[in-house]
Design a protein around this ligand. Sequence first.
Ligand code: C2G
Length: 169
Amino acid sequence: MKPVNTESRPRKTVLTYGTFDLFHVGHARLLKRLRQLGDRLVVGVSSDEFNASKGKKSFCSFEERAEILLATEFVDEVFAEDSWEQKRKDIKRFNADIFGMGSDWSGKFDDLNDCCEVIYLDRTQDVSTTDIKKALAKISAEDVIQLESSLHAALDIVVNLASSVGNTK
Ligand code: C2G
């Protein structure tokens, strides 16, 4: 159960955005650190349509990616990110105190620092959704070829065995 802010001080809201496809440790580490900066973490999850405009096609649908985020202990609320331009409105809508992104976005959202604190946290090295997709695609292609040749070899053995048994009768 996510801890509820029971103290009298105003709740500190942290806001972030992303696709979060094929959820991995880089996503988890970012969300964990963002959540630790406040009492509530709200995430704008890129809609499938917005992803298409980014030239991205996610493996998991918007609904599945949102469900996965809400299942983590870090995310308190999710909403659809449908455009690049909605951030300023969302900061007001959620009364966000902090807007945070991974460091691959460093400087890109500094224009928002008139409405809240803008921070960038170190991106986790050596893991990305793109790398996972490439690894999966590589494995499936090579494995299929390997499997087919193994199956053909096994079949040849069976056929030869059968014919040698037939010849001895
Ligand atoms: N991230 C990270 N470490 C990784 C991979 C991603 O810290 N190894 C961070 C990114 O910096 C980003 C968040 O995780 O802050 C989500 O990353 P993506 O799902 O790739 O989202 P992105 O395509 O960056 O979309 O309007 C902003 C966009 O929606 C961000």
